[in-house]
Design a binder for this molecule. Structure first.
Ligand SMILES: [Ca+2]
Length: 264
């Protein structure tokens, strides 16, 4: 069935549609090309669910994904600090693969230009993620997340999740509940969590990621999986697309699970 993306024809129509989905007011660099809006875009079914989605490969690289019921998600590939560029697309497999170049560091005119080299990503777990052709299905023994305070209102917490789905939360600041809590993750949440942890392939991650900009929050992730412990320090919380997905899931678990106050 046709959707609103099928109806988009021109750059102007796409930019208006994207702006209506975004709080950003600088999605397109209008001031770089006065009076003329030009960017590369592609209509593609990025999640292979039968409905057309849109990829835009410009100063901001993003997709607009049809979520059904006339709802659309704007999904950035990269961030303001870490630019990506789509270099090619392979649609021969079950899900399209995007070949990208990524930049590491703060985006500025005299900054580094894509020193990190190529990567392959796909759309999975409701977002973009580094492609893993053979994810394992091992239950992690535990995972621990620790966030640092920041100058603003970043949530400060320690979250400890055991392989059996039991979770312990020490909520320290800027969360709707403060204190010590525990829960057992719902079956769906637990399964989603384990699938994502396996998909990001923790042992292949760097020990440290860092954005070159001040006043960001850091998060430390410690994963015990398949007899190995991996620690990842991520200043700026944009280390990889997979880690970003994991942090979003952590946010969802803290907000959405039924937490009970923990008695000492
Ligand atoms: Ca689709």
């Amino acid at each position: 069935m046709a959707n609103r993306i099928d109806e988009l024809r021109t750059e102007e129509e796409i930019s208006h549609f994207a702006d209506s989905l975004s709080n950003h007011n600088c999605l397109f660099p209008k001031h770089y090309i006065p009076g003329q809006l030009q960017f590369k875009f592609l209509k593609i079914d990025i999640d292979k669910n039968g409905s057309t989605d849109l990829l835009v490969n410009d100063r901001q690289v993003f997709a607009i994904v049809d979520k059904g019921n006339d709802q659309y998600n704007l999904q950035y590939i990269g961030s303001w600090y870490q630019e990506r560029r789509i270099m090619g697309i392979d649609t021969s497999g079950p899900l399209p693969l995007l070949f990208i170049k990524k930049q590491n560091g703060y985006k500025k005119a005299d900054g580094p230009q894509f020193p990190d080299g190529p990567d392959t990503i796909t759309y999975k777990f409701q977002g973009f993620i580094e492609y893993n052709s053979a994810p394992s299905t091992i239950d992690p023994e535990y995972i621990k997340f620790t966030t640092s305070p920041c100058r603003g209102t970043c949530p400060v917490f320690e979250l400890f999740i055991l392989g059996n789905g039991k979770a312990f939360l020490h909520a320290k600041g800027y969360l709707k509940r403060i204190g010590q809590f525990q829960t057992t993750l719902s079956t769906d949440s637990h399964k989603e969590f384990i699938n994502l942890v396996n998909y990001i392939n923790p042992n292949k991650l760097n020990y440290e990621y860092r954005v070159e900009v001040s006043d960001q929050q850091s998060i430390e992730t410690e994963i015990r999986l398949n007899g190995k412990t991996k620690q990842v320090y991520d200043y700026g919380q944009t280390g990889t697309l997979g880690l970003q997905q994991l942090y979003l899931l952590v946010e969802k678990l803290i907000d959405g699970e039924q937490w009970q106050t923990r008695k000492e």
